[in-house]
Design a protein around this ligand. Structure first.
Ligand code: XMP
Length: 516
């Protein structure tokens, strides 16, 4: 079965929601890819999609140098759906007018379905709660279009070509706040484009397993396990495909979460019977980091030491031909955008860099066409615990950026214990998944406390919890006072070296999520 046989192409005009469109299409069990709006026409044709979606974008169609419509897509005889900026482009192309505006319509709007529309015909109501985010709007429709929906502020909230399967919506069906958005997009991909539901987790696993087997054959593959979601899922998938031909190296840096080293070994090596070599490098890390308190230098030391250790393991192992990496689709989109300079927001990647080329390993990236939520689902279907698969993100340098200033083994131990209490209680109180990332931070300053009659002069732990969608901006989580009180008391009572707990109430920006 070719699970990419039915597919949608999304042309990205720079909207912050473009990846959401792709995720909605995939949730409808249909494969899709995102290309930049000015992708090569030959590449677009070669992809041979069953339908094309034009995303929204921050520009105005009237601006000099604004992204344009690639006419080639109109000759491909496939359905087209323009979202927001995409709808405006289609209208301008067909002789309509788009009106500039300094004011943005942003947020909820009520849309009335007024005409016959292929997109809305499965809905049993005519009033839709939608999410708008636009400045410009269509002033007059291209003559080939009929209006199919309006709002109080525009008669053209959606349109449909009179003869061809070409559609536009001014609102954003891809965002969660548009209540019928999933259904509208599903209707487009299934009914209008005729895509089959082939992109399902079990099919994805079977196909990826086949692909890995035919690529790797009898050869051996090396994988760096970090304890994080992506590398764990790569391990589970590769293990299913090639069993003991996979060798994992897990470096315990001494900067991992509480018990993480042992947990990784229990889950991966014992329960899943995966080949894992554990390298206990805690002392080497503390030694290398001694006396260093500059955050960027700490990051560099941690990253470089990892590469050196991993490289040594790779050289010591016999007959390894491949290196597996946990690259996922958003990384691919991001680095493509970074290369062409087209990405509007490029999240800085602080991850551990590549390995020296003289290792001469061939690269295999089995998750590189998957979004994070798909990776998680794959992990669950492959038998990884939901708790592991749905963990908060954890930075590459680990506790190294959560111990302010110089790193010492003693500090890492205190921090890991405090962090564990915080996370455990978040889980107990059903708050873990209400925050996007939560952790403790070690402050190497001593503060006075009193226990019984004795004064204590001990360290400070800060608790950090944020809510965010994209980690570019974040709001501090408004956890209940009683909960913070409980965590604070547990940390101070159970960890003798801590006399004070504080809660971080800074949002990003201007603060960052991590403290270093
Ligand atoms: P900041 O602190 O920049 O964090 O607001 C945003 C997200 O990135 C993670 N982060 C890192 N991840 N290596 C990583 O792999 C790093 O050096 C690093 N620094 C920050 C952070 O945990 C948050 O999810």
């Amino acid at each position: 079965m070719d699970i990419k046989q039915s597919k949608i192409l999304i042309l990205d005009y720079g909207s912050q929601y473009t990846q959401l469109i792709a995720r909605r299409v995939r949730e409808a069990d249909v494969y899709c890819e995102i290309y930049a709006w000015d992708a090569d026409s030959e590449d677009i044709k070669a992809f041979d999609p069953n339908g094309i979606i034009l995303s929204g974008g921050p520009e105005s169609v009237h601006m000099a140098g604004a992204p344009t419509l690639n006419k080639v897509i109109l000759d491909m005889n496939v359905p087209i759906l323009g979202v927001c900026y995409g709808m405006q482009l289609l209208n301008v192309h067909f002789g309509g007018e788009v009106e500039g505006s300094d004011e943005k319509e942003f947020g909820y709007a009520e849309v009335n379905v007024t005409g016959e529309s292929d997109l809305f015909k499965t809905l049993d109501h005519k009033q839709l709660d939608v999410w708008m985010s636009h400045g410009d709007k269509v002033k007059s429709l291209g003559s080939v279009f009929n209006a199919t929906a309006n709002t109080t502020s525009t008669p053209f909230a959606a349109c449909q070509h009179k003869e061809l399967p070409i559609y536009g919506v001014q609102f954003h069906p891809e965002v969660e706040h548009t209540k019928d958005g999933r259904e509208i997009l599903a209707q487009f991909v299934h009914k209008v484009c005729g895509c089959e539901k082939l992109w399902k987790t079990d099919n994805i696993i079977d196909t990826h397993v086949d692909n890995i087997r035919s690529l790797v054959g009898e050869e051996k593959v090396l994988l760096g396990l970090s304890g994080g979601v992506d590398s764990s899922v790569v391990a589970a998938l590769m293990h299913k495909a090639i069993g003991k031909q996979l060798v994992c190296v897990f470096v315990d840096t001494g900067l991992l979460r509480h018990n993480e080293g042992d947990d990784v070994m229990t889950v991966m090596a014992e329960k899943m019977d995966i080949n894992v070599i554990r390298v206990n490098a805690q002392e080497r890390y503390y030694e290398a980091l001694k006396g260093e308190s500059d955050p960027e230098k700490k990051r560099k030391i941690i990253g470089e030491l990892f590469i050196r250790i991993f490289e040594k393991e790779a050289r010591d192992l016999d007959g390894i031909q491949w290196l597996a990496q946990g690259t996922i689709y958003p990384d691919v989109i991001e680095s493509a955008g970074a290369k062409t300079g087209k990405a509007h927001v490029i999240k800085s990647h602080h991850n551990v860099g590549g390995l020296p080329e003289d290792l001469e390993l061939k690269l295999i990236e089995p998750l590189k066409d998957l979004f994070k939520d798909e990776v998680r689902q794959l992990g669950v279907n492959l038998g990884l615990a939901a708790e592991l698969v749905h963990r908060h993100p954890f930075p590459g340098p680990g506790l190294g950026v959560r111990i302010l200033g110089e790193i010492k083994a003693e500090y890492a131990d205190i921090l890991a214990r405090a962090d564990h209490i915080f996370i455990q209680e978040l889980r107990n109180h059903d708050l873990y998944h209400k925050t996007s990332q939560a952790f403790a931070v070690f402050l190497p300053v001593k503060s006075v406390g009193v226990v019984g009659d004795a004064r204590r002069y001990e360290y400070v732990i800060a608790l950090r919890a944020v809510e965010t969608i994209d980690f570019m901006t974040a709001r501090w989580a408004h956890l209940p006072y009683e909960f913070i009180d409980l965590v604070s008391r547990r940390i101070i009572n159970e960890i003798a070296q801590v006399s004070r707990v504080v809660y971080d109430v800074s949002s990003k920006p201007p603060a960052t999520i991590e403290w270093e």
